[in-house]
Design a protein. Structure first.
Lengths: 116, 114
């Protein structure tokens, strides 16, 4: 079975540019999560969706960040405009359900973002 | 308030020996799940093992076992017969039944010495 797919794997951009990160969850999973990982702050939850609906976006740093999930098989995380402090690894994860072992989150390979 | 605590920033273990990675958690919710993930230097997050708060027995998955002590609120990961490929960061996480998000610890870096 295909795991969580993220693209691009690496992104280098200049400050002020728009960045779009993409995620395809595991087929049949109905929860999707976006995380950011840095050395300083560790792993932070940015936002998560249940059945394509955003449930908790309290971790989104500021208005420059937005996330969408137009259907069950695709989600985007957009940063506009990007800043050097946004440099991090961004992970997407999905889970089949919301209780017990079905709540196990499976992570994509991550997107390493560098903002110059 | 920090919900997951991993007090060991770094650990070393001799190849073929067993090692225990500590994790304590904080919640008053009676229903929760505990998870361990491995992050090798390549960066991916790999799910290892799950323990439910109502599970009577400690979870095991191959060389991984979870030493679950509910009264102490600890969920330590035990890796038996360490291999060089076990060298990685290990993260403990908790999910509460009041929501679907995970709370991650700060991780423990494990180095297996040949």
């Amino acid at each position: 079975d295909a795991g969580v797919i993220q693209s691009p794997r690496h992104e280098v951009t200049e400050m002020g540019q728009e960045v779009t990160l993409r995620c395809k969850p595991i087929s049949g999973h109905n929860s999707l999560f976006w995380y950011r990982q840095t050395m300083m702050r560790g792993l932070e939850l940015l936002i998560y969706f249940n059945n394509n609906v955003p449930i908790d976006d309290s971790g989104m740093p500021e208005d420059r960040f937005s996330a969408k999930m137009p259907n069950a098989s695709f989600s985007t995380l957009k940063i506009q405009p990007s800043e050097p402090r946004d440099s991090a690894v961004y992970f997407c994860a999905s889970s089949h359900g919301t209780s017990g072992t079905q709540s196990t989150q499976y992570f994509g390979p991550g997107t390493r973002l560098t903002v110059l | 308030a920090q919900k997951i605590t991993q007090t060991q920033p770094g650990m070393f273990v001799q190849e073929k020996e067993a090692v225990t990675l500590d994790c304590t958690y904080d919640t008053s919710d009676p229903s929760y799940g505990l998870f361990w993930y491995k992050q090798p230097s390549s960066g991916e997050m790999i799910f290892l093992i799950y323990q439910g708060s109502y599970d009577q027995q400690n979870a095991t998955e191959g060389r991984y076992s979870l030493n679950f002590q509910k009264a102490r609120k600890s969920a330590n990961l035990v890796i038996s017969a360490s291999q060089l490929g076990d060298s990685a960061m290990y993260f403990c996480a908790m999910r509460l039944n009041t929501g679907n998000q995970f709370y991650f610890g700060t991780g423990t870096s494990l180095t297996v010495i040949p």
